[in-house]
Structures are given as structure tokens and as C-alpha cells.
Design a binder for this molecule. Sequence first.
Ligand SMILES: C[S@@+](CC[C@H](N)C(=O)[O-])C[C@H]1O[C@@H](n2cnc3c(N)ncnc32)[C@H](O)[C@@H]1O
Length: 194
Amino acid sequence: MGAGLPAIARVLAPPISKLTAAAQSPYNRAFFPKGTPLVADKRYSCIGLYNPKSPENVGSVMRAAGCYGVASVFYTGKRYERAADFVTDTKRVHYDIPLIGIDDLKKILPLNCVPVAVELVEGARPLPEYTHPDRALYIFGPEDGSLDKEIRDWCEDVVYIPTTGCMNLAATVNVVLYDRMAKGLNTRSGPKFR
Ligand SMILES: C[S@@+](CC[C@H](N)C(=O)[O-])C[C@H]1O[C@@H](n2cnc3c(N)ncnc32)[C@H](O)[C@@H]1O
């Protein structure tokens, strides 16, 4: 019985056959001793690139992702291919952080993660005043285009950086990630998140 459970859980748990399917889960808190910390309290950020133009763009984004501890990077479109040369990712971050090609950014939103469009567009919220989500998927447009209304409408928030004219893609990614880092524990749930 309960071969996959920690030893303490095997001692405390009633016979599996007497439990409902939900209670049988090894992740049910009833199996764990009092004081076991909750695990669903981790901040993270992911990046979504909408049809990025070139390997240089993606390489520079990967470099930023490595510097700021991004969990994974997703991209759409065919213009950039995974086998492309990462000339700008001199730290070889693309081996450490998953870089995943998909057909639609809406399909990969992790549970409990907030999609945030980053675009210099009317109605967007200024980044300096923005409180970041605990778990965020930041979505950026391509070097030679912008995020269309459909994806902006799907995102929970749209933020912009109050620059004179737009920055290049990698510069924007660096600024957003730096802003998140500089605000520290001040994401939506505050210090109760790790
Ligand atoms: C180089 S910009 C795109 C070019 C731009 N749409 C144009 O009219 O030339 C690439 C992406 O960086 C982001 N971006 C650049 N500057 C920004 C800013 N000041 N605020 C928010 N996003 C910005 C957006 O996601 C944008 O789609």
C-alpha cells in the first residue's frame, strides 16, 4: 500500500482502498505532517514571442531570459527556426532554459499564470506603475510588427514602457524583466509567495 508515498505518509494514511479518488492522491495535504509548507507559492515568469523575426532577436531574448531567471520561452511563427544560429546568445542559455515553438501562445498558458501583453499602444498601463502578477507570461511582438488586437484582448493586462518611440525587442524584454526584479517581492500576492 502507498509504495509511492513518503514513509511518514505510509504510517499516517488509512488504507488506500477506503479513500475516495481525490483523497488517494499522494499530493493530498492530509497525507503530510502538520507544518509541511505549501508548494503552490512560487513566482515565475515566462516569455512568449509572437512570430519573432530572426535568430539574433531570439538569441538576445534568451540571453535576457538567462540573466533574469525566466522559466521558459515560447515562440510562434516560422521565420525563426529552433536550429538557427544563436549568435547573440553567447552564454548558450538556450541549453538551460526551454525554448519551445508552438502554433498559438494561447494554448500554452500554464495554470494560474497571467498573460501580459507588452506593447506601445494606447490604453496600455505604464510599466513603472504596474504590479506584476506572481506568475506571468509576458508576450512581445516582432521586431518588424506589433501585437495585434486579438492577442492584446486575450491578455489580462497590456503594459507599455513610456519611451519616445519603440525599443528593439530584446531591449524591451530586458526592461520588463528588470522592472519585475527591481520590484522584488512586490508581486500581487506580496511576500507570501517565494
Ligand atoms: C521593435 S518593436 C516593434 C516595432 C514597432 N511596432 C514599430 O512600429 O516599428 C518590437 C516589440 O517590442 C515591444 N516594444 C518595443 N518598445 C516598447 C515600449 N516602449 N513599450 C512596450 N512594448 C514595446 C513590443 O512588444 C513590440 O511589438
